[in-house]
Design a protein around this ligand. Structure first.
Ligand SMILES: *Cc1c(COP(=O)(O)O)cnc(C)c1O
Length: 234
């Protein structure tokens, strides 16, 4: 474990060095045991992201309470109730029905749940998400929700095969993010929502994502090493 811990520390330091304050680092912790995750607090990790509800619920009691926990995976409506009291940001808001469920559950516990709208890449490889050209309508639809607060956008790409494709996508989503942020769109669609967080980039493409404008990168393997693929659902 010591050798491993050393590598994790070195990985985090290298990533932080590259980011140099331009983007925040979220450690994507799927399949990583809580005791290993907890070690990263002293290495500077403050935000972790889980992408399966069951796994988050299992690990939750064992996690260092100082972490800020985000939910980054696909979220089924019937599971919102298990995480609503545990996460500070949901990256994967991708439908009106899910927004309605989050609104209901957050309102029951008196919370305003921060969320990112997950953007669909627009082709067959991308699973969830709102297409960019439907984003304005989506924002308009949820602007009156008083317990769901949109803080920005999130994009997921499959493992990098063609980095140029990822760059094209990052550029498009960043452009939309900026357009909304600076008010190039009808700002009556915004309500109390805001464009502050742009969650783009994973181990294989975080550098390109940051160069394109991401301010939150989600990194798993680049920190913890290669995962056992059997436990993946991305
Ligand atoms: C696993 C995961 C990541 C991190 O992926 P790596 O390739 O391990 O860096 C980022 N975002 C989401 C939504 C994930 O599920």
């Amino acid at each position: 474990m010591t050798g491993n811990t050393e590598t994790i520390g070195k990985n985090i330091a290298e990533i932080q060095n590259y980011l140099n304050g331009r983007a925040a680092l979220l450690a994507a912790t799927k399949t990583i045991p809580a005791d290993v995750i907890n070690l990263t607090y002293d290495m500077g990790i403050r935000v972790i992201g889980e992408n399966r509800v069951n796994e988050l619920v299992e690990k939750y009691p064992l996690l260092d309470k100082r972490f800020d926990i985000h939910f980054i995976g696909r979220l089924q409506r019937n599971k919102v109730k298990y995480i609503i009291d545990k996460v500070s940001l949901i990256h994967s808001l991708d439908s009106l029905l899910l927004a309605e469920e989050i609104e209901k559950r957050a309102s029951r516990i008196g919370k305003i749940q921060d969320c990112l709208v997950e953007i669909n890449l627009g082709d067959e490889i991308s699973k969830g998400g709102i297409p960019l050209d439907k984003l304005d309508a989506f924002m308009d639809n949820i602007k009156s929700f008083s317990h769901v607060r949109i803080r920005g956008l999130m994009g997921v790409l499959p493992k990098t095969e063609d980095i140029q494709k990822n760059i094209i996508f990052f550029t498009k989503i960043t452009q939309k993010f900026i357009d909304i942020k600076v008010g190039n769109v009808d700002n009556s669609i915004m309500g109390n929502n805001a464009m502050e967080i742009l969650s783009l980039g994973m181990s294989g493409d975080y550098k390109e994502a940051v160069e394109c404008g991401s301010n939150l990168v989600r990194i798993g393997e680049g920190i913890f090493g290669r995962r056992d693929r059997q436990h993946e659902n991305v």
